[in-house]
Design a protein around this ligand. Structure first.
Ligand SMILES: [Mg+2]
Length: 282
């Protein structure tokens, strides 16, 4: 049974939950603002979209008059940053837009990170939702993989002197990004593009549904005190299930009542039309 009196923190998806495109879903946003002002709950904001920097999300959330701090934004860019730190990587071939690259360069400036293509030095290929993706970047990523990870063959006569394997990670798994014009390509297609070229596949995919994104929240609260709120069953509910926390399904975005009726998995802990209606659940 879902018991709101046990909850201390909500991890909210943004699009379809608190916003519809650029516009706030007013009753849901008002509920968040009131809950912050009364000190009732803590909030965290979850997004898989690595084409945007955390600062852009802070602007969007603050723009709806919700008080927000950087540590409340949960994006796989932060997971990527800690991954690079943990592994001690210094040379990463990063496929990202210029603003995302600058953001990560700044965050990792203390380790002297380099994000340029360098076949002799790169230790990691990191794919983000790169809205400035070019043929050259895709060809560089596959070449790096061919020259470092594939046994020598007449098909790839150029080899690097450095024969240490290069790792490949992706920030999230989404196949498409919702837009006013319907679904547009996200990182899923970029991964497929690489895979059908030479079979390269990421060793790690961060972001929803990987519970690694909830680490900072789970460090502060017990699983019973947390709920994930979202509109997508295969990402938002999946991350809640993987982290073993309650899932609040909102019908203000992608999932419909019909989808829920035909859903084969465990039902959400609670389903409401918009997030603010969670108080009316008996
Ligand atoms: Mg959503």
């Amino acid at each position: 049974m879902f018991d709101i009196t046990k909850k201390k923190a909500f991890v909210c998806d943004l699009d379809g939950t608190l916003f519809m495109g650029p516009d706030p879903i007013k009753p849901a946003v008002d509920f968040v603002i009131d809950s912050i002002n009364s000190g009732r709950f803590s909030f965290f904001y979850l997004t898989n979209n690595t084409s945007k920097t955390p600062d852009e999300y802070i602007k969007k959330i603050a723009g709806a008059n919700i008080p927000v701090k950087p540590e409340q934004i949960l994006t796989p860019l932060i997971t990527l940053e800690s991954y690079i730190r943990e592994k001690g990587y210094k040379s990463v071939y990063l496929l990202a837009s210029e603003k995302v690259k600058s953001y990560l360069e700044k965050q990792l400036s203390d380790v002297g990170i380099k994000f340029e293509y360098n076949p002799e030095e790169n230790e990691l290929i990191a794919l983000t939702y790169d809205k400035e993706l070019t043929y050259e970047k895709l060809a560089n990523a596959t070449s790096l993989w061919n020259m470092r990870n594939v046994p020598p063959s007449p098909m790839c006569p150029i080899r690097t002197a450095n024969q240490n394997k290069v790792e490949f990670v992706a920030t999230h798994p989404d196949n498409c990004c919702p837009s006013e014009r319907g679904p547009i390509p996200d990182i899923g297609g970029m991964m497929k593009f690489l895979e059908i070229t030479n079979g390269m596949k990421p060793s790690n995919i961060f972001g929803k549904p990987s519970p690694s994104l909830l680490k900072t929240v789970l460090d502060k609260f017990s699983p019973e005190q947390i709920a994930v709120v979202g509109d997508r069953l295969y990402t938002d509910k999946a991350i809640a299930d993987n982290a073993q926390v309650d899932f609040v399904c909102v019908l203000s975005g992608e999932t419909t009542k019909e989808d829920l009726a035909s859903y084969k998995g465990i039902a959400p802990a609670v389903t409401v039309d918009t997030f603010n209606m969670i108080d009316d659940v008996k």
